[in-house]
Design a protein around this ligand. Structure first.
Ligand code: AMP
Ligand code: TRP
Length: 353
């Protein structure tokens, strides 16, 4: 049993830590997920100790089909590896394999105010869509579970940072996580590092191809508005060619007057590395057709290898499960240690051995 004052993580040199999670709620990740979040997951592996979690407990906060969830969970893991998450360097795991996530969520729920949880805008949006009878208590406490996900992987208080790469829409949940970390520390002693949202510059906000003023979103966009990572080349090209632009002809960046073209320029630049001004120069006078055609090839150049690697990984489910077993073991060891300290601080009697 650790001393009340002992730090949470082992004595090893504290590397900055990263934790992030994604829900297995679609048949494919989309371009917004990729550019807004997942691409950062891959690059952060070089400089941080990384924990990446497929959050299946979060996925059941709305009505779901069990077989579909199982399939999408493996599919999510395969896509992450195909995108470059390296299970030898990152700890890649499934949330339900580490029961401490639910356990810490309970404890944190008990220091979360009802009013404070009621102010979460994502809950307000989702629950207004589901209606009162379709809104579960799990959906209400979703952000508390998210806080538990993150705080289980806290480094030593005072010694290191915990970064959480997410899109802009997750900022409020991150703020709640910070508040809960500080409140727990205040009541029970220094235990958690307050995590920082990591919203890097390159994390472009990608909009819907058909409604360029709205976010590309698996729940709100029509299939024509979304570019899926696993999409076949034919339909992918068509969607990009049919992306909404404007009645003009010039390929120039203008968020207000040319939201469609601006979104396409952002995508092109983020995937290909060419700056927006260079792209504007390249397509000066050439119209939208050629620009879109080239963009489709740029998107396919990134996503075709990912699609092929994902298929190959899914062909070997035993290997995928072995990877997840290893991830759960590594994550579980960290989570168990944190939870042991939490139980002690909160005042639970230690279990006899
Ligand atoms: P979601 O698919 O909404 O669960 O989001 C998963 C991750 O992708 C989160 O970190 C989001 O912030 C990010 N994300 C989702 N849609 C977009 C988008 N259209 N542009 C940028 N980032 C996004
Ligand atoms: N709520 C996040 C999303 O919708 C997913 C998530 C769950 C998460 N737990 C997390 C993200 C912990 C970062 C850290 O994208």
């Amino acid at each position: 049993m650790p001393e009340a004052s002992s730090p949470v993580s082992p004595a090893a040199a504290p590397a900055p830590r990263v934790f992030s999670g994604i829900q297995p709620t679609a048949d494919s990740f989309h371009l917004g997920n990729y550019l807004g979040a997942l691409r950062q997951w891959v690059s952060l592996q070089d400089t941080h100790e990384t924990f990446y979690c497929v959050v299946d407990l979060h996925a059941i906060t709305v009505e779901h089909d069990p077989e579909l969830l199982r399939r999408r969970t493996r599919l999510s893991v395969a896509q992450l590896i195909a995108m470059g998450v390296d299970p030898d360097r990152a700890t890649l795991f499934v949330q339900s394999h580490v029961p401490e996530h639910a356990e810490l969520a309970w404890v944190l729920g008990c220091i979360t105010g009802f009013g404070e949880a009621s102010r979460m805008t994502q809950f307000k949006d989702k629950s207004s869509k589901q209606g009162a009878s379709g809104t579960s208590v799990g959906l209400f406490t979703y952000p508390v579970l998210q806080a538990a996900d993150i705080l289980l992987y806290t480094p030593d208080p005072g010694s290191a940072v915990l970064r959480v790469p997410v899109g802009e829409d997750q900022r409020q949940h991150l703020e709640l996580t910070r508040t809960l970390a500080q409140r727990f520390n205040h009541r029970f002693g220094e235990t958690f590092v307050a995590p920082e949202a990591h919203i890097p510059e390159g994390a472009a906000k990608i909009t819907d191809l058909q409604e360029p003023d709205a976010k590309m979103s698996k729940s709100a966009s029509s299939p024509q508005g979304i570019i899926d990572v696993l999409e076949e080349p034919g339909p992918m090209r068509k969607k990009i060619m049919r992306a909404v632009t404007d009645t003009g002809t010039e390929v120039v960046y203008d968020e207000e007057k040319k939201a469609g073209v601006t979104n396409l320029l952002r995508i092109y630049s983020a995937l290909d590395g060419t700056s927006v001004p260079d792209l504007e120069a390249k397509y000066a006078g050439s119209g939208y057709g050629q620009f879109k055609k080239d963009l489709a090839e740029v998107v396919l150049g990134t996503f075709t290898p990912i699609r092929e690697r994902t298929a190959a990984l899914l062909d070997d489910p035993a290997e995928l499960d072995r990877i997840l077993g290893k991830g759960a073991e590594r994550a579980g060891a960290v989570a168990a240690r944190t939870m042991e300290i939490v139980r002690e601080r909160v005042g639970f009697v230690g279990r006899g051995r």
